[in-house]
Structure formats: structure tokens, C-alpha cells
Design a protein around this ligand. Structure first.
Ligand SMILES: N[C@@H](CCC(=O)N[C@@H](CS)C(=O)NCC(=O)O)C(=O)O
Length: 235
């Protein structure tokens, strides 16, 4: 059994975006049952939590066999390695899937996150308005290249893998921006992947704890944790 650490409280803009979602999806797709440990901002600062996740972030997992793992990409890769539904059987196919997993997290996610954070955390600030066109251009460049690669394909390679899973969660960060809608075929890809039963179950389980959040607690959780401000899960 795996125990997944996730936030018990996030502001509305971050709901459906926190990175435990991608781990939940991988666990659902693999058919691995799991328990969840819900934490708050105060828990992330403790020595015990830092031993599990050195940067005080979610997600992290603890497995019955003693494995403790952090970084959403590493966790998804670990789950995928034991799951034919998420990884090809052949070595070359696994290497290609791993390349696309790195591309999702290392080539697409940084410019997308930078752009999204301007709107999520710094809307109305002069420096953010000045930076926005450059950040948008950087994100759009990578999205256009990805759209070119995808063309008419259903998947990044010849079948669904953990790379499609990660890419989908990265592109979700742009949902509110409308940028993804600029490529209708691309948006159709996104919708098909988000229609997968494992994704829908993962999203429902990710959102469930937030259904009863008191407004006053939410008010204390605003900020940009990845920028060192008061802890709130960033997109
Ligand atoms: N590279 C890390 C990023 C994790 C991350 O940014 N987690 C956010 C939630 S999505 C978080 O815990 N933020 C709180 C903080 O950084 O203090 C991963 O992929 O696991």
C-alpha cells in the first residue's frame, strides 16, 4: 500500500492543479490502491516532513516496502515502471516515454508555470504586466512546437504512456488562460485525455478534501510558496 501526501486546503485557483493530481492519476491507471495523508502549510516546515520531502512540498509517497519518494515526476515514473498501462514493454519505447516525461516537466512546465504565476499571483502588478508578453511568447513557442509534433496523433508516441499523463497535467495549468484553445486540435487532445476514467477518478479524489473549506482558513493560505512567500500550493 502507498500513502500519498497531498494538501488538505488550497485556494480555488489551485484546485485541480496541485501536483498530487498527477500521482493520483498514475496510481489509478496502474490500479494501485493508496491511502492519502492530507497536510497543511504548517506541516511542511517540520523536520519529519522535510525528511520525506526535502523542499517542504507535495506530493510525496511512502510505501509499505520502506520506499519514500518525492518529486512528482520521479513518483509517476516509479509507478509507471510497474505498470504496462503506463509504460511500453520494450526498452526503446520506455526510453522514448522517459524523454517525453522529462520534456513535459523540464521543457514545457517551466515556461507555462512562469506565465501562469504572473496571472495567479501577481495580477495587477506593474512588473508582472511588463513581463507578461515575454512569458506568454516563451510558453506559446513551446506549445506551438508541441502542437506541431502531435499533429494528428492521439499520443506523444504510438500509445498512451506516463508521458501523456504528465503532459496533460502540465497543460492543465493553462486552462484558465485560454492559450490552449488557440490550437483546437490540441485542445481536443487535452479533452480526450481528461475524459479517461482514471483521470476523472483522480481529479474527484484530489478535489474532495476541498469541498468543505472554510473561507477564513483559505484567507490564511494565499501567497506563493514556491517563491518563498506564505505557503499555498502553486499551479
Ligand atoms: N518539482 C516538484 C514541485 C512540487 C510543488 O511545487 N509542489 C507545490 C504544490 S503543486 C507545493 O508543495 N508548494 C508548496 C511550497 O513550495 O512550499 C514536483 O514536481 O513534485
Amino acid at each position: 500500500m502507498i500513502t500519498l501526501t497531498a494538501f488538505r486546503l488550497v485556494p480555488p485557483f489551485a484546485q485541480g492543479q496541485v501536483r498530487d493530481l498527477r500521482v493520483r492519476w498514475a496510481l489509478e491507471a496502474a490500479g494501485f490502491p493508496y491511502a492519502e495523508r492530507l497536510v497543511g502549510a504548517e506541516d511542511l516546515q517540520t523536520d519529519g516532513y522535510r525528511a520525506l520531502q526535502p523542499f517542504g512540498q507535495v506530493p510525496a509517497i511512502e510505501a509499505d516496502d520502506g520506499l519514500r519518494l518525492f518529486e512528482s515526476g520521479a513518483i509517476v515514473l516509479h509507478i509507471a515502471e510497474g505498470c504496462p498501462a503506463l509504460m511500453p514493454a520494450d526498452a526503446n519505447g520506455r526510453a522514448r516515454a522517459a524523454a517525453w516525461m522529462f520534456a513535459a516537466l523540464n521543457t514545457l512546465e517551466p515556461p507555462i508555470t512562469e506565465f501562469a504565476r504572473l496571472d495567479f499571483f501577481h495580477a495587477g502588478e506593474a512588473w508582472a504586466a511588463a513581463r507578461r508578453p515575454g512569458a506568454l511568447a516563451a510558453a506559446q513557442k513551446r506549445l506551438a512546437e508541441l502542437a506541431d509534433w502531435l499533429g494528428d496523433r492521439d499520443h506523444l508516441e504510438d500509445r498512451f504512456t506516463a508521458a501523456d499523463l504528465l503532459m496533460t497535467t502540465v497543460l492543465r495549468i493553462l486552462r484558465r488562460s485560454g492559450i490552449v484553445n488557440e490550437w483546437p486540435a490540441f485542445e481536443a487532445h487535452q479533452e480526450r485525455r481528461e475524459a479517461r476514467p482514471a483521470f476523472r477518478k483522480a481529479l474527484a479524489d484530489h478535489l474532495r478534501p476541498f469541498a468543505t473549506q472554510p473561507e477564513e482558513e483559505l484567507a490564511n493560505e494565499r501567497g506563493d510558496p514556491s517563491g518563498g512567500e506564505p505557503a499555498t500550493p502553486p499551479p
